[in-house]
Design a binder for this molecule. Structure first.
Ligand code: NAP
Ligand code: MG
Length: 401
C-alpha cells in the first residue's frame, strides 16, 4: 500500500513522561506505516527545555505561526519537586502558558463520545464544546482585606491626568474588596476565535454572561460579541445554517442540562474553568477529552486535555505494566492531520484522520479498552488492555476496516 503524502509539515511538539512513551507508540503503530509523515520536530521534553533555556518552546510557537498547525504532547510544568528531579537551571514557565500567550488563543475542549461510556446527563447525545476565554477577570485580580470603617473607591487616572472615581462601598465595619479588568482586544479575539470555530465545526454557538447585574463589565462582553457577529459573521452563519445566540449565564446552565449537545458554549474565564470540569466529568473521563488552541489569525494547536500521567510513568520505569489511555493523544494527532489536510487540500489525509478516529472508537465499542474506561463502561465482558496492546488493537481494527 502506498503511503499518504503530506505537503506542508506539521509542527510536532514532543513532551514528557508517560505521554512521551505513548507518543512514540502512536507514531510507530498508527501513523508511520500509513503516512509519509512530514513534521518539524521540537522536543519540549523538560530536559531539552532546560538545555535550551526554554528557547525550544518559543521556537515551536514561532513555527506554529509559520506553518499554521501543531500537535503537542503533554509536558511537565515545573514545580519545586521537578527542580531537583531534573536538576533545572530555572523553574521554567508552563509551555502551554507560553504558547497560549504567543498565539493569543482561545482553548476549545470537547469530550470524545463513544458507546459504552455514557454521560451522567441522559439527554446529552452529542459532545458539548467549552470555549474558554483565557485572559483576565478574577485570574488577574487585585484584592484588599478591609479591617474597619472607611470608603473603598474605583479610581481611573487617564494618561492626560483626568481622574474618574466611583464608590464601591462605604464600609462601617470589616470586609473585602476586589478589582478586575479585561481588554477589549482580548475579548474581540476571543469572540472571533469562537465564531471561526463554530463555522469550522458547523455547530451553533452559545454565549452567556451576567449582564443584567454587571451592566458595564459583562455587558461589554455581550456588546463586543454582538458587534463582531453583525459586522463579520452573520452572513456566514446564515449560509452555513448555524446560529449564534446570547443568553444569561443562569439560563444557559439550565438549557445545557436539558439540551442534546452538539454546540459550542463560549464562557468567560471563570465560567469556562468551572463549567469545563463539570462537562468533562459528566461525559466520563479526562482521557477522553480533546483540546485545541485556536488563534484569531487561524493557527491551530492540538493536544490532549490531560497531563503527563506521572504515576503511570513511574510504574513504567520500574518495568511494571501500565494501562494508560492514549485516545486523547491519538485525537490530537488526527485533529492536526485533518486540519493540515483541509489547509493543503489533501483529502486523503483528512480521510485517514477520520478512519483512525473511527477505528479508535470501534475498538472501545468492541470491548477492548484501557483500565480507566473498563472501570466506568456500561459494556459487559470487556477486555482490559495494557498501553501498548490497546494501540495495537486499534491498528488491527483499522487494518480490518
Ligand atoms: P494527569 O497527568 O492528567 O494525571 C492525573 C491522573 O488522572 C492520573 O494519575 C490518572 O489517574 C488519570 N489520568 C490522566 N490521564 C490519563 C490517561 N491518559 N489514561 C489513564 N489515566 C489518566 O495530571 P497530574 O498527575 O496532575 O500531572 C502530571 C504532570 O502533567 C504534571 O507535571 C503537570 O505539570 C503536567 N500537566 C500537563 C498538562 C499539559 O501539558 N497540557 C496538563 C495538565 C498537567 P490514576 O493515577 O488514578 O490512574
Ligand atoms: Mg479548573
Amino acid at each position: 500500500m502506498e503511503k499518504i503524502k503530506m505537503i506542508t509539515p506539521l509542527v510536532e511538539m514532543d513532551g514528557d513522561e508517560m505521554t512521551r512513551i505513548l507518543w512514540q507508540m502512536i507514531k510507530d503503530e498508527l501513523l508511520l506505516p500509513y503516512i509519509d509523515l512530514k513534521t518539524e520536530y521540537y522536543d519540549l521534553g523538560l530536559e531539552h527545555r532546560n538545555e535550551t533555556d526554554d528557547q525550544v518552546t518559543i521556537d515551536s510557537a514561532n513555527a506554529t505561526m509559520k506553518y499554521g498547525v501543531a500537535v503537542k504532547c503533554a509536558t511537565i510544568t515545573p514545580n519545586a519537586a521537578r527542580m531537583t528531579e531534573y536538576d533545572l537551571k530555572e523553574m521554567w514557565k508552563s509551555p502551554n502558558g507560553t504558547i497560549r500567550a504567543m498565539l493569543d488563543g482561545t482553548v476549545f475542549r470537547a469530550p470524545i463520545v463513544v458507546k459504552g461510556i455514557e454521560p451522567c446527563v441522559r439527554n446529552w447525545k452529542n459532545p458539548i464544546t467549552i470555549a474558554r476565554h483565557a485572559y483576565g477577570d478574577v485570574y488577574k485580580n487585585t484584592e484588599l482585606k478591609i479591617d474597619g470603617p472607611g470608603k473603598a473607591e474605583l479610581v481611573f487616572t487617564a494618561d492626560d491626568g483626568t481622574v474618574t472615581r466611583a464608590t464601591i462601598q462605604n464600609f462601617d465595619r470589616a470586609g473585602i474588596v476586589q478589582g478586575l479588568h479585561n481588554i477589549d482586544d482580548s475579548i474581540g479575539s476571543f469572540a472571533r476565535a469562537c465564531f471561526n470555530y463554530a463555522l469550522d465545526t458547523k455547530q451553533d454557538l452559545w454565549f452567556a454572561t451576567k449582564d443584567t447585574i454587571s451592566k458595564k463589565y459583562d455587558h461589554n462582553f455581550k456588546d463586543i460579541f454582538q458587534e463582531i457577529y453583525d459586522a463579520e459573521y452573520k452572513t456566514k452563519f446564515e449560509e452555513t445554517g448555524i446560529t449564534y445566540f446570547y443568553t444569561l449565564i443562569d439560563d444557559a446552565v439550565a438549557r445545557v442540562m436539558k439540551a442534546e449537545g452538539g454546540f459550542i458554549w463560549a464562557c468567560k474565564n471563570y465560567d469556562g474553568d468551572v463549567m469545563s470540569d463539570m462537562v468533562s466529568s459528566a461525559f466520563g473521563s479526562l482521557a477522553m477529552m480533546t483540546s485545541v488552541l485556536v488563534s484569531p489569525s487561524g493557527v491551530y494547536e492540538y493536544e490532549a486535555a490531560h497531563g503527563t500521567v506521572q504515576r503511570h510513568y513511574y510504574k513504567h520505569l520500574k518495568g511494571e505494566e501500565t494501562s494508560t489511555n492514549s485516545v486523547a493523544t491519538i485525537f490530537a494527532w488526527t485533529g492536526a492531520l485533518r486540519k493540515r489536510g483541509e489547509l493543503d487540500n489533501t483529502p486523503e489525509l483528512c480521510a485517514f484522520a477520520d478512519k483512525l478516529e473511527r477505528a479508535t472508537l470501534k475498538t472501545i465499542e468492541d470491548g477492548k479498552m484501557t483500565k480507566d474506561l473498563a472501570l466506568i463502561t456500561s459494556l459487559e465482558n470487556v477486555t482490559t488492555l495494557n498501553s501498548q496492546d490497546f494501540i495495537k488493537a486499534i491498528r488491527e481494527t483499522m487494518d480490518a476496516m
